[in-house]
Design a protein around this ligand. Structure first.
Ligand SMILES: C[S@@+](CC[C@H](N)C(=O)[O-])C[C@H]1O[C@@H](n2cnc3c(N)ncnc32)[C@H](O)[C@@H]1O
Length: 520
């Protein structure tokens, strides 16, 4: 009963001073964040893959770390007397009581709960968070297991979550005899014999939809796993190789920094490093961003001096990379309807050293500033609000928070945003539509419907365009479709659409349909 987080620390660590790390870098999890991530408005909360963690998942769990192996043999799990097992079960049960109401995203609930329990240290928080997320990942199966036997189901869920965090002996110290027997029994159940929906803990509607995708089993398994943490360098400030060298000679070495395979700016870290306490984060040299999200920004293909709109900029994950790729020249509008999200982007913009970003809170419909930019932008990115189902590795609660009705609302919203944003694209300019979903109705079908209504746009081959910046990435095209089972990233989708120049439009439509944006 150990987790993949049982990584051994390197035996010798260079001094913090020599590496440029402050001793704080090994410190506690980051502080609170806004609570407007409530997504009962049918909008996906921003992917936490693009945000530093503040959910207590910053340190490996106590009672699970192994001391260094001797003579090539793994050392036994350290089973020190552990008076906290009973308390920890109650803590996890208490958090689950709030999370399972599905009113707020799980990481927001955790942050809130940790603020209300300030005496817990970073390892305590890590254990609680790991157990809660394990329950969310396996909820359907655990609920079935919890029904076997006596006692409150919520406590049994907490015990199951902690069974993947603590060793058996440590956990047993918090269990009575009946609970120990029940746990032994359910952990012996042959999971492989269960239906996929139960085994992988998916609601039926989602299992059905995912089963229609290629290699569905591999995708489902990958979405149900835990993810590493990707960061990226700010190309305006530092080269990736230089940053890798710094990380490898400092305390970050124990998080195994490696270059990401496809993005030229990415660095992958294992475990849950407290990145946002590191000096290179505070001075804007690195940002947290999943490799897939970095690739989407690359796909926009921005150039120096252009006018670019990031139409759904949120907390600025992609805006930051776009701005750096424009070398802080031209003008990059960061639009969003959420003032709170844009407010969270502002400190990131400030750290980055970029001076070309113009954040603008826009109205949901009929915004005058958007109208003024009709037909003017060289590039428009629509990183649309979506189900977020490509990010289940990091946000497993989304499979329980989404349902077919909320999905349909999102599909309608995406179509509306795509239509509005497309009006800003200049003739010959490009519109990039992206989601972090793996569902065709939010992706391919959405783009096909848009193209059918907007003949002045043509679909370009995203797989070829992305190779300009990510040469190792070979995709089928014409879409950009990243998957955790194939690429080790979150699930992302993107399409690149080019707006015809007036002459081309005239000849292709032979005087037929007109551009529908009012700018023609
Ligand atoms: C997927 S998130 C964006 C994430 C962001 N691009 C990043 O990389 O961090 C989608 C965003 O769309 C915004 N949004 C929702 N409706 C919108 C609309 N009608 N116009 C513009 N933005 C909208 C949401 O507030 C949310 O921040």
């Amino acid at each position: 009963m150990t987790t993949e987080k049982n990584r051994r620390a390197p035996s010798r660590r260079p001094s913090a001073k020599a590496s440029g790390f402050s001793s704080r870098s090994e410190g506690r999890s980051p502080g609170p964040r806004g609570t407007d991530s409530r997504s009962s408005d049918g909008r996906r909360p921003e992917s936490s893959s693009d945000r530093p963690r503040d959910t207590g998942r910053g340190e490996p769990a106590r009672g699970t770390r192994r001391p260094p192996a001797r003579d090539g043999q793994a050392a036994p799990v350290r089973d020190r007397p552990y008076v906290m097992a009973a308390a920890r079960i109650e803590q996890v049960r208490s958090v689950l009581g709030e999370v399972l109401q599905w009113e707020y995203p799980a990481d927001a609930v955790l942050s809130h709960w940790f603020r209300a329990h300030p005496k817990l240290g970073s390892r305590d928080r890590g254990e609680v968070a790991d157990a809660v997320f394990d329950v969310l990942r396996n909820l359907r199966r655990y609920r079935q297991f919890a029904e076997i036997g006596m006692g409150p189901a919520a406590r049994r869920l907490a015990i199951l979550g902690l069974s993947n965090v603590f060793s058996k002996d440590v956990l047993n110290q918090g269990l009575d005899e009946a609970e120990q027997g029940w746990l032994e029994h359910v952990l012996r159940i042959n999971v492989a014999a269960l239906s996929r929906a139960v085994r992988a803990s998916l609601p039926d509607w989602l299992d059905e939809r995912l089963s229609q995708l290629d290699d569905a089993d591999a995708l489902v398994d990958a979405l149900n796993s835990t993810a590493p943490l990707d960061i990226r360098v700010n190309p305006l400030k530092v080269e990736r190789d230089a940053m890798l060298a710094t990380l490898r000679t400092g305390p970050a070495l124990r998080f195994d920094p490696e270059p990401t395979p496809y993005s030229p700016w990415g660095i992958r870290l294992q475990g849950r490093p407290p990145v946002n306490r590191w000096p290179m984060f505070e001075n804007g040299e690195i940002e947290v961003q999943d490799e897939g999200s970095q690739i989407l920004a690359a796909l926009v293909g921005v150039k120096r001096g252009e006018m670019v709109i990031d139409y759904c900029a949120g907390a600025g994950g992609k805006t930051l990379l776009l701005g750096a790729l424009m070398r802080s020249t031209g003008r990059l509008y960061a639009f969003d309807v959420s003032a709170a999200r844009l407010a969270r982007a502002k400190p990131r913009f400030a750290r980055s050293g970029l001076s070309n970003i113009v954040p603008v809170v826009i109205a949901d419909d009929n915004d005058q500033r958007v109208k003024r930019l009709r037909g003017k932008a060289h590039r428009v990115l629509v990183d649309a609000p979506c189900s977020g189902l490509g990010t289940l590795r990091r946000n497993p609660d989304l499979k329980w928070r989404q349902h077919p009705e909320s999905l349909q609302e999102l599909v309608d919203l995406q179509a509306r945003i795509l239509r509005q944003a497309s009006r800003c694209v200049a003739p010959g300019g490009r519109l990039v539509y992206a989601t972090c979903s793996v569902l065709p109705e939010e992706n391919e079908r959405q783009v096909e419907a848009f193209l059918a209504e907007n003949p002045e746009f043509t679909l370009l081959d995203a797989s070829k365009i992305v190779q300009d910046r990510c040469e190792n990435l070979t995709l089928e095209g014409p879409w950009l479709a990243m998957r955790p089972d194939r690429h080790g990233t979150d699930g992302f989708f993107a399409a690149v659409l080019e707006r015809a120049k007036p002459a081309a439009l005239k000849s292709s439509t032979e005087g037929g349909s007109q551009a529908q944006d009012g700018s023609s």
